[in-house]
Design a protein around this ligand. Structure first.
Ligand SMILES: [Zn+2]
Ligand SMILES: [Zn+2]
Ligand SMILES: [Zn+2]
Length: 166
């Protein structure tokens, strides 16, 4: 599967589905259109809402099943960007993620950023790192510049005045 290039259009995926004996249903077509037209980082629920806007009777569980199948076919990759639900990317448009634990900012970074880690883990432990599946968490540049514990989003909001008492 790794040798197969990731499909780059809805038609590519439909062709792949047919060649693997999969059915091309209207819910799959609408889901694929949503995936190719919208950006990355949408959750199954967000994608389901887009499908349901056009096909009201498609159940969330159908969307989950279709996402699973598209992932098995190598069309999609999911990533966890922190504590929330998985978010989906087209396999042709993947990248690594840095997520700020304080303000929630997500940076998309080239996978080459993790090349040294991938090489070292393989050499030292025989471990094959998947740098796309989970985000690397930490503090973004803005939050790192603040005193520990103060989120960037709270910058500028004034502290309550210490009251002198009656
Ligand atoms: Zn992403
Ligand atoms: Zn996962
Ligand atoms: Zn931040």
């Amino acid at each position: 599967m790794a040798a197969t290039p990731a499909p780059r259009s809805v038609d590519d995926v439909l062709e792949l589905l047919r060649s693997r004996g999969g059915r091309v249903t209207s819910s799959r077509r609408v889901l694929l259109a949503a995936l190719f037209e919208g950006g990355p980082h949408r959750t199954a629920e967000e994608l389901a809402a887009e499908v349901q806007a056009q096909l009201a009777d498609v159940h969330l569980s159908t969307v989950y099943r279709n996402l699973d199948e598209l992932e098995r076919l190598g069309v999609l990759v999911h990533s966890h960007l922190g504590h929330g639900p998985a978010t989906y990317h087209l396999a042709s448009e993947t990248h690594g993620h840095l997520v700020c634990e304080q303000c929630g900012a997500t940076l998309e970074v080239p996978e080459e950023l993790f090349a040294a880690l991938v090489r070292a883990a393989r050499t030292a432990y025989g471990f094959v790192v998947d740098a796309r599946h989970f985000a690397v968490v930490g503090r973004c540049a803005a939050c790192a510049a603040l005193p520990a514990g103060a989120p960037a989003s709270a910058a500028g909001t004034s502290e309550p005045e210490p009251s002198g008492g009656p």
